[in-house]
Design a protein around this ligand. Structure first.
Ligand SMILES: *[C@@H]1O[C@H](CO)[C@@H](O)[C@H](O)[C@H]1NC(C)=O
Ligand SMILES: *[C@@H]1O[C@H](CO)[C@@H](O)[C@H](O)[C@H]1NC(C)=O
Length: 412
């Protein structure tokens, strides 16, 4: 009798577990579908990219930004009121033939263009969301990435603990209204799918506590986010240190895109090769003094769009720090090191054509002028794994080489 009762209890709990799991997965499926419907707006036209992406051309007024309650009645600005002065200076520079670099494109351009009045948005697929730790976290940085480099105030243990490794140049101690850089583009190797390697600029405001404001843009390789090892153009923003607000690209409402040619999150092509052709992208982010919005420009002609001022607290006024450089995630425990590469995977000493660079790094000052940054500092957790070296000359202005191979005899 006792045995039977026990068996009954066992069977009942088994049923409960099985049904519960099925209900859970049904619920998850519904949740994913709802999320995909929210993210993927009805396209006017869709373009299949050679890398497997689908680029949806979405009517400009149907983009994700307008899901934001504060943007319901927002009138889209068609262009910034002001461009920082000195913007086109680097076009006048005569580059030595040895250091000639090439223009760059997005891979999906091979298969079509978006019609007038629409913007290209990389379609989110079910698999993209399934790779995330949860539907809610999809498109967001993990909490543990909070200690982004905090060169002076940082608790070194905390920096190392986070598993994130940087090699960056930075300026602080002034009010900044924008930043610019021309960034060499590579396709670093990623050891594990949950790691990433990126090269970007950071526009930072606030303390490095819970209220950090950040606008970020550059290129990244992130198997978790995109499902492949391609180098992709990306942006990120947060107004609470990567907690509740913000996301990559257009994966939440916030950024308002006005450009019909460039898709955020789409693959960049071609990529630089060791001792061979070099490619770079220019990124400029600046605060328009009239409306206070933060604008972004890609290359010399593509104004991508803007982050409305109300998204931010500190950055609604100005930035207190600018950083440029590389970041990787090291997922190895116990002081061991990943072989995930930063930049080209080669150290700064190797120089042009071998090591990755940022050139013409500039900041925007209170009078809306682009200026050489003053008092550039550098930071890296472990220079034997990933390093950075700054310099300046007439052709490249302020520049630096950065990166490294990760795991090596010098970086066990
Ligand atoms: C991080 O850890 C490594 C190895 O334990 C150490 O050599 C390095 O100095 C640490 N970096 C910082 C910024 O504390
Ligand atoms: C990405 O690269 C890693 C190793 O570098 C490889 O194991 C993996 O299969 C690649 N993933 C894709 C989707 O190509």
């Amino acid at each position: 009798m006792r045995g039977r009762a026990l068996l009954m209890v066992f069977l009942l709990s088994l049923m409960y577990v099985v049904c519960g799991a099925r209900l859970g997965s049904e619920r998850q499926k519904l949740e994913i579908e709802k999320h995909l419907n929210r993210l993927n707006k009805k396209p006017v036209k869709s373009i299949e990219s050679p890398d497997g992406d689908i680029i949806d051309c979405v009517h400009i007024s149907h983009q994700p930004a307008f899901d934001h309650p504060y943007l319901k009645d927002h009138k889209i600005l068609t262009r910034p009121e002001y461009h920082p002065e000195g913007l086109f200076d680097d076009n006048k520079v005569s580059v030595k033939p040895k250091e000639r670099t090439n223009p760059i494109n997005q891979l999906w351009h091979l298969n079509g263009k978006c019609p007038e009045g629409t913007i290209p948005i990389r379609r989110t697929k079910k698999d993209d969301v399934l790779r995330a730790s949860s539907v809610k976290r999809y498109g967001k940085k993990k909490h543990r990435s909070i200690p982004i480099p905090q060169p002076k105030s940082a608790d070194p243990d905390l920096i190392n603990e986070s598993g994130h490794q940087h090699a960056i140049a930075y300026v602080e101690g002034d009010k900044y209204y924008g930043a610019k850089a021309t960034i060499n583009v590579w396709e670093p190797k990623i050891q594990q799918p949950n790691e990433f390697s990126l090269s970007q600029l950071w526009i930072l405001g606030g303390s490095f506590g819970q209220d950090l404001n950040s606008i970020e843009a550059g290129w990244q390789v992130s198997p978790d986010l995109y499902g492949d090892n391609n180098t992709r153009l990306f942006t990120y923003w947060t107004s609470d240190a990567y907690q509740a607000t913000g996301c990559y690209n257009l994966l939440c409402s916030g950024f308002i895109q006005i450009n019909g040619d460039i898709a955020m999150g789409a693959s960049i092509s071609p990529i630089s090769a060791y001792r061979n052709s070099q490619y770079d992208i220019s990124i400029l982010v600046w605060k328009d003094p009239t409306e206070g919005h933060w604008w972004m420009q890609f290359g010399s002609e593509h104004v991508l769009g803007y982050w409305p001022s109300f998204l931010f607290s500190y950055l609604a006024d100005s930035a207190s720090m600018i950083e440029w450089g590389g970041e990787v995630v090291n997922s190895e425990a116990d002081g061991h090191h990943t072989s995930t590469q930063m930049g080209s995977g080669h150290f700064p000493e190797e120089g042009f054509g071998k090591s990755s660079y940022f050139r013409n790094i500039q900041v925007v000052d209170g009078s809306n002028n682009l200026k050489a940054p003053k008092g550039i500092g550098t930071f890296t957790e472990q220079s034997n794994c990933y390093d950075v070296q700054t310099g300046s000359n007439g052709d490249w202005g302020h520049y630096f080489y950065y990166g490294g191979p990760g795991k090596s005899p010098n970086c066990p």
